[in-house]
Design a protein around this ligand. Structure first.
Ligand code: SF4
Ligand code: SF4
Length: 475
């Protein structure tokens, strides 16, 4: 093994510099700086090159982490980038937004032994950011063009990953999206302070330059029928994500000033992209965000940056049971967000129809449920009020009604599309589904993984059609 490795004993874990909370809460710029070359080498050298790399096993993309860490530690950055890019269509995006503490870094052996994880995500980001700067990110250039065409519904992470993989094989790829920009949640959902939009836009430009056609402002099912799409393309991938907000079921939830998380985040991202947006911001308001996932963290931190008077997050379980990334919660706390753990909304008070406060029940944890999580119950007479003229519901997402797209599609009892788990094919031949619409609301990195896997099966399907056509032509 390279003598450069195993440095975790003498070298402390060191993340890229994080901007001070007082400075960063007034703007939407990313909060982490970049590693300089020598720091990336140093931090990569902390890896102990485990025989069984748990980091890799817990990365949804099964990234070859030990190899690219070793190459980085040896200063072979371009090779490290190529290994990293071999399994991931957007490593610099995953390096920024994956909840590493729940995935690769949380499983790192030296984290488990108390030395502090290898900073895998930051090294991953460094490698691909460096590759873009140095011109190592190559254009998409299929070795041969094929006549077969693919229609992809949804330009989010699953759709984009599949589009790239299929285009690399030479298929003619068209991506349809109802929004006016490609990127899905990457462009409109995730705030700039976690993922600068230019990073997403340069990826999309590369796909366009590689011959992928984007048809935007196109709502499949309304602007073009699903049947037409199937006539036009030999294979179709549904990668629409899940966008329907789970609603708040309590008195007053229809008051003015109560909004869903996604419109709030979309409007904020649109402002950042220079669009004119009519909705009000959180400026000068007392904001309450209900929920404990990563979307809730995005909302509280966006409200802080918009100049809210106060920002409170209500979550019905305790900190330990919160689904959101610990790192994001810590960032929010640093930025001045108040967390009310074990607090569930009971009603929303209004003043002339406008939200004025959230009444919350104080909760306590009960027995473990079948899911393994502890149940929660309200403490009698424990309710309390939190002032709020903007209430943001971040309670998760469910699928839209896929029967509206095509009544022939089979859905699960959760409303997601039923797919063959090995091939990602739906009940309709040549129609595949990947990402949240098949899996349920999940992480970007899982959407990328499924987009890649579905693309591999679609390639096989299209090749079979191509061979059949060639055989007929030869007869
Ligand atoms: Fe970790 Fe995500 Fe990168 Fe995998 S893709 S190595 S989970 S940051
Ligand atoms: Fe290196 Fe940690 Fe992965 Fe082991 S688990 S190979 S120490 S990054």
């Amino acid at each position: 093994m390279s003598s450069k490795m195993l440095q975790f004993v003498d070298t402390e874990r060191d993340m890229p510099k994080k901007r001070e909370s007082q400075e960063r809460k007034d703007d939407f710029l990313e909060i982490y700086g970049d590693y300089i070359d020598v720091k990336a080498e140093e931090q990569a050298s902390r890896c102990s090159q485990c025989g069984v790399p748990f980091c890799q096993n817990h990365c949804p993309l099964q990234n070859n982490i030990p190899d690219w860490l070793k190459l980085t530690a040896e200063g072979r950055v371009e090779e490290a980038y190529r290994v990293s890019a071999a399994t991931n269509n957007m490593p610099e995006i995953c390096g920024r937004i994956c909840p590493q503490d729940r995935l690769c870094e949380g499983s790192c052996v030296i984290e488990q032994s108390g030395h502090g994880t290898v900073t895998i995500g930051s090294v991953e980001r460094y490698l691909t950011d460096t590759a873009w700067k140095k011109g190592w990110v190559e254009p998409i250039a299929p070795r041969r063009e094929r006549a077969g065409s693919v229609g992809i519904i949804g330009a989010g992470p699953a759709g984009l990953a599949a589009a790239e993989e299929l285009r690399l094989q030479g298929w003619q790829v068209t991506v349809y999206d109802r929004h006016d920009r490609a990127g899905g949640l990457l462009i409109y959902g995730i705030p700039n302070f976690k993922l600068d939009k230019e990073i997403v836009q340069r990826r999309i430009k590369r796909l366009e330059d590689g011959g992928i056609e984007f048809v935007l402002n196109c709502d499949v099912g309304a602007d073009i029928t699903f049947a037409k799409l199937r006539e036009k393309h030999q294979a179709v991938l549904i990668a629409t994500g899940v966008y329907k907000a789970r609603d708040l079921d309590c008195p007053g939830s229809g008051a003015d000033g109560v909004t869903a998380a996604l419109p709030f985040l979309i409007d904020s991202n649109r402002r950042g992209l220079g669009d004119t947006v009519k909705s009000e911001t959180a400026e000068g308001k007392d904001v309450v965000v209900i929920g404990g996932g990563d979307t809730a963290m995005d909302c509280v931190r966006t409200a802080v940056r918009q100049g809210a008077k106060s920002v409170t997050c209500l979550y019905r379980r305790d900190h330990a049971n919160m689904p959101g990334s610990r790192r994001e919660t810590a960032n929010a706390q640093e930025e001045g967000v108040t967390f009310e753990w074990l607090a569930a909304p009971k009603s929303i008070h209004d003043d002339g129809g406008k939200a004025s406060a959230v009444r919350a029940d104080k909760m306590r944890l009960g027995k473990k449920e079948a899911s393994g999580r502890q149940s929660v119950e309200a403490i009698p007479d424990g309710d309390f009020d939190v002032k709020a003229d903007l209430v943001i519901k971040a309670l998760g997402f469910s699928p839209e009604n896929m029967k509206d797209l095509s009544p022939e599609l089979t859905v699960t009892r959760w409303g997601t599309l039923r797919v063959n788990p090995l091939t990602f094919e739906t009940n309709l031949p040549g129609v595949y589904a990947a990402g949240d619409i098949a899996r349920g609301a999940s992480l970007v990195v899982w959407a990328i993984r499924e987009g890649r896997d579905a693309a591999a099966h679609m390639h096989g399907y299209l090749r079979a059609l191509e061979k059949a056509d060639q055989k007929v032509a030869a007869e």
